[in-house]
Structure formats: C-alpha cells, structure tokens
Design a protein. Sequence first.
Length: 620
Amino acid sequence: MCGIAAYIGKKKCRKYVLEGLQRLEYRGYDSAGFVCIDSQHKHLSFSKAKGRLSVLKDQLNGSPHDGFIGMGHTRWATHGVANEVNAHPHFDCKKSIAVIHNGIIERYDEIRKKLKAAGHEFYSDTDTETIAHLFESLLAEHHDLKQAIKALVSQLEGAYSLVFLMEDYPEQLIVVRHRSPVVVGIGEGEMFVASDPLVFSDITQKVLFLPDDSFALVKEDSISLYDFSNNPLKIESREVDARYIHTGKSGFEHYMLKEIYEQKLAIDKTIRFYNSLNGEGLEDSFWDQLGLTLGQVKNLKTINLVCAGTSWHAARIAQFFFETIAKIQTKVYLASEFRYMPFFPDENSVYIMVSQSGETADTLEALRLVKSKSNIPTIALTNTPSSTMVRESDGFLLMQAGPEIAVASTKAFSCQLASLYYLACKLAVEKGLMSEEQMRISQEDLLVATEILETTIETYKDEIIKHLAPRYSSFDRFIFLGRHISYPFALESALKLKEVSYIFAQCYPSGELKHGPIALIDNKTPVILFSVLDDVIYDKVVANAQEVKARLGHLVVFAFDGQEELINLADYAFIIPKVKPLLVPLAMIGLMQFFVYQIAKELGLPIDKPRNLAKSVTVE
Ligand code: G6P
C-alpha cells in the first residue's frame, strides 16, 4: 500500500530513497515525500508533492537538500484526501521528529484531541501526524528513547510500520513494526529500510524482516532489535530470494505485458518446484511444507479457501478442481467477509489462505482468527516466501512466479490456478482416486494449457492491436458472462478490464441473465461470453448467447475449436484450441489479459499503476 524507503550510510541518501520509491510505485499511491537530515545544516529538510513520484523528483531537482540519512514515502490515502499537506513525512511541533507510516491507526482521533488540548498544533487530516506529536510528548515525559517507544506502541492501535528520523538522533533510523511488514537491508557500512526488499535487493541481499511487535534502532553499521517490552531480540538476518532482485521491465513497455508473457515459464517453474519436493525415492516433503500429516491428508473432508481480489477468483475456480478431482467439498470465502461471520470449526478440514503478497490485511486477519479459534491446519498459498502469512500459518505452498509488479495481477493468478490444480491432483492421489501415472498426465495437460495460453496471444496479437482494441476501447460499459468454471473466470476478466481501463464491467453467471440483467442488453453494451468444454453446459451457454443475440446485443465469445454454433452467433469470436475441461480458464487467460491490456493502452492509461489501486492492501 504505502511505500517506505530509507537509507543511512556514507553515501548521499536522496538517490537511493527516490530510486527505492520508484520501485515501490507498483503498490499504488497518490502523493510522495522525502526527508533527510541536511548534511550542511544538520536539521530536517523535506519536500512533499501530490501525484506521481516524478512531481516530487522535479521539485527536488537542483535542490541541494541531501544527507547521509533520509527516508521517503509514497502515500495511498486512507485518512484525508491526497494532497501535499497529507503526504508523509509528518512532524511534531518543533519539526525535529519526522515519521513515515504504512498502515492505519485506529481511534487516533481520541489521542489527537488530547494532544490538541495540550497545545499540539496539527496541520494534516492524517492518522500519521498524531504519531509524531504523541512521540514528541512521550519523549518529553520519559527522557529516554526506548521508554518513549514502549509508551508509544502501548497507545497505538491498528496496524503500522513506522520509520522515524529525528534531529536529536542523527545517527539512526528508528523502525517500528506492528502488523505491517518492514524490512532492513544490511549493506557494507550502510543500511536500507523498506516495505519491500525490491527497494535495495540489487545492492544487498542480506535482510532482516522485523518480527511482529518489535522495533529496531538502525545505524549505518549496526542494528539493535527489541520487543515491545524493550527486551533485546536476536538479529536473525537472511538472504533475500534471488527471484526478488530488481530486474526492470526487460524491454517490455509495461510490467503487465511482461508478466503476461512470463506466465508459461512461471507455471513451469512452479510445477517443477512442487515436483522437486516430492523427491524421487525420498521422503515426500510436499505435505511437510504444507504442515499436514498423511493422516490429515487422507481424512480431509472440507477445504476452506480464504482470499481477496483476484486471489478470490482463483479460489472460486479451484473449487471446481478440488470438488471434481479430489472429491473434497470446498468453501470459498472473501477474507473481508469471513472475519465477521460466525466461525464453524469443521473437523477434518483445512484453511488455505490464497494471497499473492501474503500480506493482505483481511486475509492475514482471517488466518489469525482461524488460529485463535481452532486447531485446524492453516496453509498460506503465496508468491512471497518472506511474507507474514508464511511465517504465521502452519504450512505453506510457495508459487514460483517471481515478483509481480503490475498492480493488476496476471502471472500470480495463473500460478495460483496451476498450484491449486496440482494440489487437487496430489490430494486425489493420496485418496486413491488418481494413480501416479494419471497425476503425471494431469501435469502434461496443465503444460498444454499454458502453451495455449501463450500461442493464442500470438495468433490474435495483430488483430487485437490493429482492430479490436481500437474498436472496443470506445465502449463505456461491458457485460461479462460465464457459466460453471467460466463464471469465476468471467469475474476475473471483468475485474481486469475495470482495473486497467476504468471501463465499467458487470459480470453475471450466464444462467442468471434472464433474471434481470437481460434488461441491460443493447448494442451499446458488448457482452463478453466465455465458453466451457463440458457438453451439457456448453448447450446452455449457446442458449444464453442466443438470448443475447435475440435482443440485438453485441456478442464477443471466447470459444473452443469446433464450437461452431456459438462461434456463428458471435459478432467476434476468439477461437482457442481444446484443453481438458477444468483447464479452460488457463487456456483463455493469456488472450483475455492481452485484449484488456491493449484496450487500456489504446486509452493511454497508466496500466501498471491504475488510479486508486494498490498492489498490496495492508490496511483493512
Ligand atoms: C489488491 C490487488 C489485487 C489482489 C488483491 C489481493 O487488491 O490490487 O490484484 O488480487 O489485493 O491480494 P493478495 O496479495 O492477497 O493476492
């Protein structure tokens, strides 16, 4: 969500901080700020700007403000509109304490009122400014930095990662973590602080992820780490995964396009990785990583999937995998809803948190809720090995998609599908529903589908760029329809269009058309219909297409080879080679993403960083 980048060392910090913030742009933001202890005047010097990072950079261009310790922030507004005043850093009354913050402080208003009554002057509408003033008053009360931090965290509710830069402590950054991730990069005589190791991973791969409820005093050559009772903690640094080293766009115009084309490789790597855990002839460590015993696997009666956004769509599709292949009843929950519903701890069940980032606040809180109320095994299916969900769940399944930078998820979604398909097959093998040989064939089916994912883009590329994107980018609204396994896929497709093109898109299960949405059919609202490869359901899909055409609707179909009836009804048909019926979404995915991408490109939109969106939603 918000981005944090800070530096302390022997070099001038501004370059590193701004470059770091640039790499965090994918998280989405609306304003940015930079602050350092000016190397000449030894006081805090800052600059803030509304809008993209380039505005802040232009503002700083030519200015002498730089120092050997500094930090920057990209803000995604939660409290107070996006403007310069609300941008971070925020300060105490004397402007000698600067703070940047990722997260949300709950009930900050009560603290703010008390501080105001005590004479503190506030300038912004943010929760963050309260932290600076509260810290100012606690430092005055305790005359001791660590005591003041202890008192501060005892008063703050919510989720936060904070970095303080203080004139009185010019040789250290103060980093605090409560329910919001933050990482220190350990260099040679220099340290970095960031919300994502991508900020510095080309300079140092040695990192310390702050444990939850801890704070660190970070100097250029040392780190002291404490829990919230001020007990010293051991520094457990580790090497950041090589996959997380910043590689840029590799010649692609946008990260989204790069990531669309990376899907085949990402799935291949992911499946190879899972197979490597099966270790030929060795003890099977696949289930160990998931934190499950073979007994638990064989007796599994219910799978619960909890997630948000695109990950929820992947889980809705995976429900068909688990129920069809492994014959295990599967329930799919939106994390933001799950948390406030009654909790029924089913016996012989498992909770799988599906999350690209492993940090989404609602999903994380859902995980914590399950853990606090039951002994049901919890598993994180994520793309981020260092994530909080991996640390807090009983087991994990790690996709090998590599960093996904574009806000709109593409390769993480397809890797989630491949991972959950693989898991369904593994479960079927353990339950005696599938032989090892059939499992091997299933993996081949999966790879065939990913091959098609890529080749279909090539087949339709020119047509999309030259004709289809210019034509369809002129419509104001779309209806998306799908049925059975194609319905959650249609949901994801509509979301993708909304995210990157800002075009309104409504999605329905096509069987529901006649129960209301059919009133919307006209020739100004293209209907995008996704087919299936199940004969019985296909007939129903054709009937739904006829309903659209009978009302003179404009119909675009994603159909499969040989589905002539459907193809003939369409105003435009993408025709895709046949795959296994459960793999229909994977086969259609590349084409759908490319189509949507080109529409957004046609409209000249900031595809990788759509307005208002954040990649990693670490606030509730
Ligand atoms: C944000 C992102 C989406 C993502 C969702 C869940 O909304 O913009 O692309 O699907 O969060 O994120 P997660 O990391 O938990 O999969």
